[in-house]
Design a protein around this ligand. Structure first.
Ligand code: NAD
Length: 255
């Protein structure tokens, strides 16, 4: 389905981003990986899928490094047809105790990076009159939780940015949509389970209490499920899905 397209998935060395990169590769897209940590492990998961892939180490808190990554994508892959803005970090503290450096980092990586990759990908997409921009927001782009001021502000910002971009592109072959996952069991969420374990809960109780507070299904969303939804949004059938904030959340925001 996606043969001949190139997908850049930011933050694709782990978790949701890696799941989406694998799903897009299975549909034939060439993949540009990005992120920190186990880069070789991520590459190994793409081996054998029969697609070309590359890796760029840009730190998405830096506009300059994003510019370098996008120039590299143009030179090496002829541009980015599918842009999945997925990289994100979390920090949990009350507003009046929230460290200023954490606020700045979350806004830079979770929100401003989405602006920079989008503005730099758009000229190439417009030249081809085809593109898919898929921003991994969160249920926290739609509703709030305590102690996550920076994350909630950034994710609401991503949803707003997605809508504006979709309107500006409405009469082109380029769509822009946001995915709003509920809990997905990735390193980002494991940290929050670990914090509960540190306060004395057993691992099972910590997992159950985390899910039970917010996610009516009582089950985690999976990176594979988000990968499938991403592939749908890349398909011709999704051509008129524009500016959506699509929750996949076990019922979280239905409450
Ligand atoms: P994760 O920690 O497993 O992966 C985050 C990825 O981002 C990693 O590849 C990491 O290396 C990369 N990254 C972090 N800082 C970076 C930086 N400065 N520059 C480049 N890459 C950087 O987390 P995840 O749970 O897979 O989260 C992926 C996205 O999904 C995030 O935007 C997150 O907010 C969102 N999300 C996660 C959940 C969840 O329950 N896990 C729910 C809703 C939304």
């Amino acid at each position: 389905m996606l043969k001949g397209k190139t997908a850049l998935v930011t933050g694709s060395t782990s978790g949701i981003g890696l799941g989406i990169a694998i799903a897009l590769a299975k549909q034939g897209a060439a993949i540009i990986l990005n992120g920190f940590g186990d880069v070789d492990g991520a590459k190994a998961q793409l081996d054998g899928l029969g697609v070309r892939y590359g890796y760029h180490p840009a730190d998405l808190s830096s506009a300059g490094q994003i510019e370098e990554m996008m120039a590299w994508a143009r030179a090496e892959f002829g541009g980015v047809d599918i842009l999945v803005n997925n990289a994100g970090i979390q920090y949990v503290a009350p507003v009046d105790e929230f460290p200023v450096d954490k606020w700045n980092a979350i806004l830079a990586i979770n929100l401003s990076a989405v602006f920079h990759t989008t503005r730099l990908a758009l000229p190439g997409m417009k030249a081809k009159n085809w593109g898919r921009i898929i921003n991994i927001a969160s249920v926290h782009g739609l509703v709030a939780s305590k102690n996550k001021a920076a994350y909630v502000a950034a994710k609401h910002g991503v949803v707003g940015f997605t809508k504006t971009t979709a309107l500006e592109l409405a009469q082109t072959g380029i769509t822009s949509n946001a995915l709003c996952p509920g809990w997905v069991l990735t390193p980002l969420v494991q940290q929050q389970i670990d914090a509960r374990i540190a306060k004395g809960e057993s691992p099972d109780a910590a997992r159950d209490s985390l899910l039970g507070e917010k996610q009516p299904s009582g089950a985690f969303v999976t990176p594979e499920q988000l990968g499938s939804l991403t592939c749908f949004l890349c398909s011709d059938a999704a051509e008129q899905v524009r500016g959506a904030a699509w929750n996949m959340d076990g019922g979280w925001v239905a409450q």
